[in-house]
Design a protein around this ligand. Structure first.
Ligand SMILES: N[C@@H](CCC(=O)N[C@@H](CS)C(=O)NCC(=O)O)C(=O)O
Length: 208
């Protein structure tokens, strides 16, 4: 299987899930700065994902899965014993999906594109930062009650996604000072060997 990724973007989330599950993936980097986006092997990435965003997972039969939350669940389900996704059909699985959806729509799509494009203006960016702070307050309260992870004791695909998106905060000037529980979560997840392995494989620096 091959993961199309761009360093440090949301594709880090399924990459972490694969590392946590012990699934070896071939990696192909996509240059998002080029239009159209081009992979490191010179392929027009639009031919892989017509929406031209990462991540995409190419299966061994050549078919392609898109959308990070779906890819993460697919990978987690290949190794149910990893606990990265509770069994399908259980309330716990719906709780996982609830968090994945929350992170995708309420956090990911507030940070990106709004805080990565200064040309959208300070008013749009202030609105995004205010909304993100409201949503992080929800996560803060939840983690304070359910720590160490979003679903409780077990690290899941939702934690990988939250870590990836909240990790953008320093670059996007989202202030995490009011969220000590989230900061502790970031440090805890960032210290996991599989998380560090995924980051290093993408050429990212990991905290010492
Ligand atoms: N709905 C998609 C969004 C993916 C997404 O926003 N990817 C960004 C990087 S985090 C990207 O590739 N942007 C480049 C582009 O849209 O052209 C998902 O959840 O997988």
């Amino acid at each position: 299987m091959k993961l199309y990724y761009a360093t440090g973007t949301c594709s880090l989330s399924p990459h972490i899930v694969a590392k946590e599950a012990g699934i070896g993936l071939e990696l192909e980097r996509v240059d998002l700065r080029k239009t159209p986006h081009v992979t490191e092997r010179g392929v027009d990435y639009t031919s892989v994902n017509p929406n031209h965003y990462v991540p995409a997972l190419e299966l061994d039969d050549g078919s392609v899965l898109t959308e990070g939350a779906a890819i993460s669940q697919y990978l987690a389900d290949l190794k149910p014993e990893s606990g990265l996704a509770p069994a399908a059909g259980t309330v716990e699985r719906i709780r996982l999906q609830s968090w994945l959806n929350f992170i995708a729509s309420e956090l990911h799509k507030m940070y990106s594109p709004w805080l990565f494009h200064p040309e959208y203006g300070t008013q749009a960016q202030d609105v995004a930062r205010t909304k993100i702070a409201e949503r992080l307050a929800t996560v803060e309260r939840h983690l304070a009650e359910r720590s160490p992870f979003l679903l409780g004791e077990t690290f899941t695909a939702a934690d990988a996604y939250l870590f990836t998106i909240v990790g953008w905060s320093p670059y996007t000037k989202v202030d995490l000072a009011p969220f000590p529980v989230i900061r502790a979560f970031m440090a805890r997840v960032g210290a996991r060997p599989a998380v560090q392995a995924a980051m290093q494989a993408e050429g990212m620096r990991v905290a010492a």
